[in-house]
Design a protein around this ligand. Sequence first.
Ligand code: DAK
Length: 258
Amino acid sequence: MSFVAAERQGAVEIITINRPEALNALNADVLGDLKAAFEAVDQQAVRCVIVTGAGSKSFVAGADIAAMSTMTQAEAEAFGKLGNDIFRMIETFPLPVIAAVNGFALGGGCELSMCCDFRICSENAMFGQPEVGLGITPGFGGTQRLARLVGPGMAKQLIYTARNIKAEEALRIGLVNAVYPAEELMPAALKIAAGIAKNAPIAVRHCKQAINEGLETGMDQAVVIEEKLFGKCFETHDQKEGMGAFLEKRKEKNFTNC
Ligand code: DAK
């Protein structure tokens, strides 16, 4: 897996796009390695995944323009499907995924960050969907996820103008949750991940599923999705442990992911 590095720190898996000579641009090999890295995550032991980019300059500067430049229509569609399938796998991954955006998140990079559960970034981060300036549309879900995250009006303005935005503006429009000095980004991501990891993993997973699936449907159906997942928690050891700890006034909880 030369283009993607994976490292475990306790219950947190850090997945790093590692092609710094091209500002971590995504070609088919990088996408394949990213898929393999997610497939290799130990879902019993790991409680949260962080996705970031190698180097101090770029998260991911987009899909690889050189690789795309000579594609036929059929090849472009296949490339779009490759990326979309992997990004959808990340979006529906049974563990929370945090994007720690450490620089450029342009085009496919912005799209990668948006298929994660939420984004935090460094002060030097820059977001944008510059595709129309290259004569193409966003192709890894950008038209869909940006509109859902920041609203259709803001998404349309950003996509039609191909304007890149800095971290503070990304914060203001709700694309990122927080901005940190570069050296504080990964410690902050790990702290958030640790805060997630101490909670009941099955409950966290069900929350992710309820939010994701509920947003895709009407409220009547959405609350039924929540009811079902809430009910499923009562089959778990961790529900008994969490509620038992409260009733016994016990601070320590032994969540076992079952
Ligand atoms: N692709 C390939 N190489 C890239 C790259 C990219 N997206 N971004 C940077 N690089 C490479 C540069 O070519 C350069 O390589 P060398 O010349 O050294 O060999 C190296 O990374 C360093 O870049 P710069 O020298 O340009 O560095 P600067 O600091 O001067 O500028 C920059 C940084 C991020 C402003 C600049 O590199 C830049 O503008 N990069 C392109 C950003 C961009 O336009 N990104 C969006 C790409 S389009 C679809 C599927 C997917 C997509 C669309 C459709 N379908 C199949 C339908 C997605 C599209 C995109 O993501």
